[in-house]
Design a binder for this molecule. Structure first.
Ligand SMILES: *Cc1c(COP(=O)(O)O)cnc(C)c1O
Length: 508
């Protein structure tokens, strides 16, 4: 029998029972309870003698929650080629180190001398990020990539203000991650978009036309979100610097070039790196993340405070004295737990392992691209004649004639047990499928995913209904995605409340 996920919604009305529905009613209370009451610090008036708990045996409880846990698809479940997001495997060792009691039980208000180990981790992580990027100064405070961008954009703004320059325009290529436009706007800049050339790269003549004495800087992603390396990066850097602007690098995803290229050699002034992407800390559902920001020497005084420093005697301290700091961007020191995982990852890989991340992730992406672009109906729009880097974008426009969209394809992939890639992004590619296998995938994983794509392409031609109703095997079928993000129902209690408001006659 084929395994089917636990269900909350179903055409056949077979729904996953709640623990209360499973309950046999009887409830066994351990005799130790009376003993425990003596030690419990709960005030008398807050104690209850009766609890509305379901009556279940331990295996019933274990199985119920294991089934529910299987509703959650993660990188431990199977392939997860979510382009731009770098859903790479999160080594369990990192998790274990981050969960060490000595790491978990420290408090951000503890005196410096009692948290030397934590400061050392932050210091060493910053040092390693500097070695990887060539940018000598880092802050680990921002809590996400987008937050790092905002931090960077604020630094750029303050820098120009300090120089008495009225520069209020930020240049962002159209292929950029959506957060770039938002961060620049949030920092008070007017966003100037520039279109790609036919290779999907920055159109240099459009860039030259866009710069002026109002240019504050440019935000660039390289390889860009089409997975193509901007080989004219030095020219781009010259144009921006020549106009008096600063070059910001969106390094959310450094997988393709890590250990291979220094950002400083590309003329980058300021960059953020997502510790929760490239550096293996897990992410999803909005956090927790860490968007470390690195800067060149001339911008070091602008970083958020505090920064961790090392004294001559080997001890560490927090430095609040940066003269031009943009201030704090987050409470305390950022998401420390995420930093530990990134630190452990880098320590484990070392300078020999790190370039292999780039090599294997690029090799995997090119292997997948080579086979997937051969599937009839699938097409490459940009960079046709070039190898991709860590990710690639194909268009599924060719299936429109069968009435099948990228969304239908994506949903059907779930039935094959793999997570769909990023879809409809970047916007410059119609019916986009943005795929990033990462270095975690084995040849078997790659072939498995490619085979699923091939089979779905066949289904699209021969059995379109199957795709239009997909997924068939998951807990939830097609969501109203806009409503799911605007009106999320995140608990059983919320669900019940909304259902009772709607006078629900069934679970649906
Ligand atoms: C993920 C990503 C971001 C944003 O990072 P968050 O941590 O999600 O805020 C920015 N740029 C690129 C290219 C990304 O892939």
């Amino acid at each position: 029998m084929r395994f089917i996920q636990a269900r909350w919604q179903s055409d056949e009305k077979v729904l996953e029972p709640t623990v209360f529905e499973l309950s046999s009613g009887s409830f066994y209370s351990f005799p130790v309870e009376e003993e425990l009451k003596k030690y419990a610090k709960i005030p008398n008036d807050l104690r209850r003698d009766e609890l509305n708990l379901p009556g279940l045996s331990e295996p019933e409880v274990a199985r119920h929650f294991s089934r529910l846990a299987e509703m959650n698809y993660g990188v431990d479940s199977n392939s997860y080629w979510l382009g731009s997001c770098t859903m790479k495997y999160n080594p369990k060792l990192n998790e274990r180190i981050a969960r060490e009691k000595r790491m978990l039980m420290i408090h951000p208000y503890q005196p410096e001398e009692t948290v030397q180990g934590a400061l050392q981790i932050m210091y060493e992580l910053s040092e390693m990020l500097s070695r990887i990027t060539g940018l000598p100064h880092f802050t680990l405070q921002p809590a996400a990539g987008a937050h790092g961008e905002l931090t960077g954009a604020l630094i750029i703004r303050k820098r120009h203000e300090d120089e008495n320059e009225r520069r209020n325009e930020m240049i962002v290529p159209e292929s950029a991650h959506g957060s770039n436009f938002a961060s620049a706007a949030m920092a008070g800049f007017k966003v100037i978009r520039i279109p790609p050339d036919e290779d999907g790269c920055v159109d240099i003549s459009a860039l030259k036309a866009a710069v002026s004495e109002r240019t504050a800087g440019m935000m660039i992603t390289n390889p860009n979100t089409l997975g193509i390396f901007e080989s004219r990066i030095l020219e781009i850097s010259d144009v921006i610097h020549g106009a008096g602007g600063l070059l910001y690098y969106d390094g959310a995803n450094l997988n393709a070039i890590i250990g291979k290229v220094l950002l400083s050699k590309m003329g980058i002034d300021i960059a953020h790196l997502n510790l929760h992407k490239t550096f293996s800390a897990p992410h999803g559902s909005g956090g927790p993340g860490a968007g470390a920001v690195g800067v060149v020497d001339e911008l070091k005084e602008y970083l958020p405070v505090p920064v961790v420093r090392k004294r001559g005697d080997g001890s560490y301290y927090l430095d609040f004295s940066l003269k031009k700091t943009i201030g704090r961007v987050r409470s305390f020191y950022g998401n420390f737990n995420v930093m530990i995982k990134a630190w452990a990852y880098l320590k484990a890989l070392g300078s020999e392992g790190l370039p292999k991340v780039a090599e294997i992730s690029v090799l995997n992406a090119n292997y997948a691209l080579f086979h997937i672009r051969k599937i009839e109906g699938i097409d490459v729009k940009y960079g046709k004649r070039r190898p991709c880097k860590h990710e690639f974008v194909v268009s599924l426009q060719g299936f429109k004639k069968y009435g099948v969209k990228a969304l239908d394809f994506a949903k059907r992939l779930l039935d094959y047990g793999v997570h769909p890639p990023t879809i409809y992004f970047p916007h410059i590619v119609e019916e986009a499928f943005m795929m990033e296998p990462t270095e975690s995938e084995s040849l078997r994983d790659l072939d498995n995913y490619i085979e699923a794509m091939r089979k779905i392409a066949e289904e699209a031609r021969e059995n379109r209904e199957l795709l239009l109703k997909a997924p068939h095997s998951t807990a939830i079928g097609r969501l109203d995605e806009a409503r799911a993000s605007r009106q999320p129902i995140l608990s059983w209690r919320m669900y019940r409340k909304i259902m009772s408001q709607q006078g629900a006659e069934s679970h649906e």
